[in-house]
Design a binder for this molecule. Structure first.
Ligand code: COA
Length: 157
């Protein structure tokens, strides 16, 4: 667990990054819905259940004044690190909370010996690429392929 509390009103002041807890579920799903991260083919509740079974300590939430305002679902597959569900509450954008979550994700992955972090950006969300570029990410010369193994159907409400 990391406490990030800059002094003197520093940006990100008071953000506490910790592992997700089951009690965070509804708030986290609401945050994902409000930030446009929930799509019909992914059920956020199932995604949370699965993550709690695999490296749950890498499922991060950022808490400010007792409220979850940011998330990052991090994983390491033994070759590459991944970040999914990076989200910052719309009312808290531009305070470097997203950058702080990514820094913590990178720290945790590096600590585990992970040599490279990959992430995917939906083609409908390309505006966010500039955010990642500012953090040192480059667009890889690669095409992303996927195959659905377990259909989730419409997200539960
Ligand atoms: C993307 C997101 C996490 C950024 O969070 P944030 O806390 O507002 O970002 P930060 O304040 O940490 O920004 C870090 C840098 O990126 C820049 N930045 C942030 N969002 C940007 C955007 N949409 N376009 C261009 N630059 C952006 C900031 O200006 C800042 O630049 P600087 O280092 O030069 O000062 C947030 O906008 C979000 O939750 N979006 C909706 C969900 C989403 O799309 N997640 C990513 C899925 S791949």
């Amino acid at each position: 667990m990391t406490e990030l509390a800059g002094g003197g009103g520093a940006v990100g002041d008071g953000l506490r990054i910790r592992a997700f807890e089951v009690a965070d579920t509804e708030r986290v799903v609401a945050l994902w819905r409000s930030t446009g991260l929930v799509v019909p083919w992914n059920d956020p509740y199932r995604d949370i259940e699965r993550k709690l079974a695999v490296q749950p300590e890498l499922f991060l939430v950022g808490e400010s004044a007792g409220t979850v305002v940011a998330t990052a679902m991090v994983g390491y597959d033994g070759h590459r690190g991944w970040v999914n569900y990076l989200a910052v509450d719309a009312d808290r954008r531009g305070e470097r909370l997203g950058a702080l979550l990514m820094t913590e994700a990178e720290r945790l992955l590096t600590e585990r010996g992970c040599p490279k972090l990959n992430l995917q950006v939906r083609s409908t969300n390309e505006g966010v690429i500039e955010f990642y570029r500012r953090l040192g990410y480059q667009v890889d010369e690669a095409v992303s392929l996927g195959k659905r193994l377990i259909p989730d159907g419409p997200a539960r409400s």
